[in-house]
Design a protein around this ligand. Structure first.
Ligand code: DP6
Length: 404
């Protein structure tokens, strides 16, 4: 008998940013946050887990390379928590259930996007790990319950347990049992939401989210203002905007929160800079694009947001993506053609790009090829998927297929 399961999980990009922990071991945040889950058709982590009494110990391979599992590290914590749930919720209740909680596990995980793209993989990675072990252990748990465990792998991972529009409620309890992800709206509520990721080249090694946010907690007074007076209001505003499908309000709050996150990074001692000149020029282009839209219709059409790095994520409704790709390509010429998953450009070529009528071209300078290394067009997506045996990443010997 082979006990094995495979699952995939999505990336999420926050509109209201998580930045700061009140408990670094349990990963309890200093504020609630909210994100959009991106489609797994384009970006995903896939994980296979197998339990076998003949394995010597728990082992994990990420993109074919073995990673150490050392207690009380994040990987070891997640695996131990899931084994505990298997015992309590399945084996203790049904004496005929195989004692999988006592077997070592082999886990192989693969991200379909290159780490070099600078996209955070910890959220989709921990969500896929938790989803595959939950499937292996046949846990009768809701995504919110599983999010409590994914959170202990990486805070933002808890939001990848749902598709659509997802809040991570910070909670108040010391044991973290109320710090979990909840669905604000499913993908089907507002499927027109698209995202364009501008992969910005970055040579220097940045400050990791984990260490950067703790430095901010220790040194930034602005963060305290944000936690107390800004985020609670914005969480309400963005939830209302999503429920009403009000893109203008969604865009306003999303951009304001990205700006404030980077302001608290700058307010950290010593200061942290995640955006670079390219990032700031993309902001200038979106601000001008929105100015033209507001002049014509009174409403914004795009929202930029930046995580702990220089890449831009531009949220917009499907009908505007073509214009925005043309705008970005005009200022950031591309070496490789635009991969066009939604077939916006008949014939496949974007050409030289262009701006919309009334756009002030002087708001940014034109960059060299390579400043924006690539564009990824995707949309709002669904939550983790349990996959069939044909998608398994472990071979018959229980080792990653890529190593065979
Ligand atoms: C800027 O979830 O990567 O992307 O909990 O320490 O693993 P750890 O941090 P992580 O931080 C993400 C920070 C962010 C904002 C967000 O996703 O909400």
């Amino acid at each position: 008998m082979v006990y094995q399961a495979t699952a995939s999980a999505p990336v999420n990009i926050a509109c209201i940013k998580y930045w700061g922990k009140r408990d670094t071991k349990l990963i309890l945040p200093t504020n609630s946050s909210l994100s959009v889950t991106l489609s797994q058709d384009h970006l995903r982590s896939t994980t296979t887990s197998r339990a076998d009494p003949s394995f010597a110990k728990d082992r994990l391979w990420l993109n074919g390379k073995e990673e150490e599992i050392v207690a009380p590290g994040r990987l070891a914590t997640c695996i131990a928590e899931l084994k505990k749930l298997r015992k309590e919720l399945v084996e203790d209740k049904d004496s005929s259930a195989p004692k999988l909680s006592t077997f070592p596990v082999h886990i192989a995980s693969f991200n379909n996007f290159p780490t070099a793209a600078g996209l955070a993989s910890s959220a989709s990675g921990f969500a896929a790990l938790v989803s595959s072990l939950a499937a292996l252990y046949a846990l009768p748990c809701s995504p919110s319950t599983l999010s409590l465990i994914a959170r202990q792998g990486s805070g933002s991972a808890c939001r990848s347990l749902f598709g659509g529009y997802v809040a991570w409620e910070q909670g108040v309890l010391d044991d973290g049992s109320d710090s979990l992800a909840v669905e604000v709206a499913p993908r089907s509520h507002w499927p027109e939401m698209h995202a364009l990721i501008c992969v910005v080249s970055d040579d220097k090694k940045g400050t990791s989210s984990t260490s950067g946010m703790q430095r901010t907690v220790q040194t930034s007074e602005l963060l305290q203002h944000r936690i107390k007076h800004v985020v609670p209001k914005r969480m309400k505003e963005i939830e209302a905007a999503i429920k009403a499908k009000d893109f203008d309000a969604f865009a306003k709050v999303t951009m304001a929160d990205s700006n404030q996150f980077h302001a608290v990074a700058l307010d950290t001692e010593p200061p942290i800079f995640y955006m670079n000149d390219v990032s700031r020029s993309i902001i200038a282009l979106i601000v001008e694009y929105n100015r033209v839209a507001i002049e014509k219709t009174g409403k914004r059409k795009a929202a930029y947001t930046y995580d702990a790095g220089p890449n831009a994520v531009i949220y917009t409704l499907q009908e505007n993506v073509k214009e925005i790709v043309e705008l970005i390509v005009k200022y950031f010429p591309q070496k490789d053609g635009f991969k066009d998953p939604f077939q916006l450009f008949a014939g496949g070529s974007v050409g030289e790009g262009r701006v919309v009528e009334g756009f002030n071209e002087a708001v940014a300078k034109k960059f060299e090829v390579g400043a924006v290394k690539g564009l990824i067009h995707t949309n709002v997506g669904d939550g983790p998927r349990v996959l069939g045996a044909e998608e398994a990443l472990l071979g018959p010997d229980g080792l990653p297929k890529s190593l065979a």
